[in-house]
Design a protein around this ligand. Structure first.
Ligand SMILES: Cc1cc2nc3c(=O)[nH]c(=O)nc-3n(C[C@H](O)[C@H](O)[C@H](O)COP(=O)(O)OP(=O)(O)OC[C@H]3O[C@@H](n4cnc5c(N)ncnc54)[C@H](O)[C@@H]3O)c2cc1C
Length: 457
């Protein structure tokens, strides 16, 4: 049965979460209106073409495994253009003793690698025998990994990995909220490794292919652009800052656009906003901010610097995905992506592009430096890690004052505030990286979930 065509839905935020929800609801016949404060779709996704380079100011890769994400790309008409990361980019590096060392990818390189000591290698084998365990308390990711392996594995594997995913600190992240599959692995198998191996086998048995790192020839921005283009033109309001939702039914939405305040009524409202915007939003008639607690979500700043060089300016072969830096190595950069190796066509002929990340939980003050100061700050790292001693020919600096929400210990208090609000205001739905996971794939699933909760199935 088709839904009544008159049911109207407001979607606030045209990031990947909001656009996925809007696209699915439009397909099902709902009257959707999207409100986005920026002048373009995508939110954190921001691809720029300049001087022959293709630059990702925000996310660089989509880890594509989930059926929802594959289906969305198909339905957006982008499947034929999907770019899978170059196989040359399989190799990854981690800094140890001041230089990039390859991460072992198989048993042979695992035995010979100097990245980990014999004690850590033995602990990895020993962990396969760990006993099942049911925890009543949440723990930090660093504690869990140290208990199962060694502090060295926390320092030289977990710490850089978390810097790469969250720009975060594993000592502060909650296993329950950030990596629940690890708790489940411990509960059902005892060994995290056995649990992860069993999970991979089960996915294979279900016919799921291995997740692949993907993008598009026009960068990740192609996806939000395609989704927005499939909505009626008059349904997307750019430059519209939503200020209040006055609960109904119907719910009244108040927004300002070019200095003018407007209002309209909707049957359902989807809030696909970051933590800070949710905290600011008035929801009620007496200027209440029921999600003000979300101001306490840790969301450190990150700077992403895209640097273009002539190939011969860079000493490193750039034969991989890039490298991550453990905090214990005391460097300024969190990691460096070899962007022009990762996907073809990202730099002009004879040139290469690197993307350098700085800041995060580790050194937030570095993210806030201006471009020249940041370039001076990272010069030694570029020299030591990738053999660069001359200035880049091209620089594009993207600054994210509140980059990625950190799912820290005690994060349930934030989720609780969101759940209470949804119970108090039927027809209000909240989702996105503050609640559903931080990866693009998680946000696509969040958009699908929001669409289902509106449609009632
Ligand atoms: C630097 C960086 C690198 C990343 N790298 C990766 C990566 O490689 N792979 C990966 O999977 N993930 C990565 N992520 C995470 C991922 O990009 C985000 O979690 C995801 O894009 C969030 O999508 P969203 O739609 O939930 O929120 P957002 O993208 O934040 O969208 C929310 C939208 O709401 C709008 N908005 C805010 N307030 C209002 C208001 N009052 N009225 C109207 N509109 C408003 C904003 O302008 C924005 O467009 C990265 C994130 C950052 C910042």
């Amino acid at each position: 049965m088709n839904p009544a065509p008159t049911r109207s839905i407001a979607i606030i935020g045209a990031g990947i979460t909001g656009l996925t929800a809007a696209f699915r609801l439009h397909q099902r016949g709902f009257a959707v209106q999207v409100f986005e404060q920026a002048a373009y779709p995508g939110g954190s996704i921001r691809t720029i073409r300049e001087a022959g380079y293709l630059i990702e100011g925000g996310p660089n890769t989509l880890m594509l495994g989930a059926a929802e994400a594959k289906q969305l790309i198909r339905d957006a008409g982008l499947e034929p253009t999907l770019q899978v990361a170059n196989t040359a980019a399989k190799k990854r590096f981690i800094v140890r003793d001041g230089r990039f060392m390859p991460v072992p990818m198989g048993p042979g390189s695992f035995f010979t690698t100097k990245l980990f000591s014999a004690r850590t290698k033995a602990a990895i084998f020993g962990e396969l025998l760990a006993r099942r365990r049911q925890r009543s308390e949440d723990v930090s990711l660093a504690t869990l990994v140290a208990e199962h392996f060694t502090p060295e594995l926390v320092d030289y594997a977990l710490n850089p990995l978390i810097a790469g995913i969250y720009a975060g600190d594993p000592a502060q992240l909650s296993v329950r909220h950030a990596f629940p599959t690890l708790l489940e692995a411990e509960r059902s198998h005892g060994s995290l490794l056995r649990g992860l191996i069993a999970g991979a086998k089960a996915r294979k048995a279900r016919g799921e292919t291995r997740a692949q790192l993907v993008s598009f020839p026009d960068g990740l921005q192609a996806l939000p652009n395609a989704l927005a283009a499939k909505l009626p033109a008059e349904a997307v309001h750019y430059g519209a800052v939503v200020e209040a939702v006055i609960p109904g039914p119907p719910h009244r939405l108040v927004w300002t656009r070019y200095g003018q305040t407007s209002e309209a009524a909707f049957d359902d409202v989807i809030l696909a906003l970051p933590a800070g915007a949710l905290a600011q939003l008035v929801i009620g008639t007496a200027r209440e901010r029921p999600l003000a607690v979300l101001n306490d979500v840790l969301q450190p700043p990150v700077s992403s610097l895209f640097l273009g060089y002539r190939r011969e300016q860079v000493g490193h072969p750039l034969d991989g995905f890039g490298g991550l830096v453990p905090a214990i190595e005391r460097r300024s950069v969190l990691g460096i992506l070899f962007s022009s190796t990762l996907f073809p066509g990202r730099a002009p002929e004879g040139h290469v592009g690197l993307t350098v990340f700085a800041g995060g939980m580790r050194q937030p003050e570095l993210a806030r430096l201006d471009t020249d100061a940041l370039l001076a700050q990272i010069a030694r790292d570029l020299h030591d890690l990738v053999g660069v001693s001359t200035p880049p020919l091209f620089v594009r600096h993207s600054y994210w004052p509140r980059a990625i929400p950190q799912y820290t210990l005690g994060y349930e208090r934030f989720l609780g505030a969101i759940e209470r609000l949804e119970q108090e205001v039927p027809g209000l739905h909240v989702g996105g990286n503050v609640r559903d996971g931080i990866s693009l794939q998680d946000c696509i699933k969040a958009g699908e979930r929001l669409a289902r909760s509106v449609a009632g199935k």
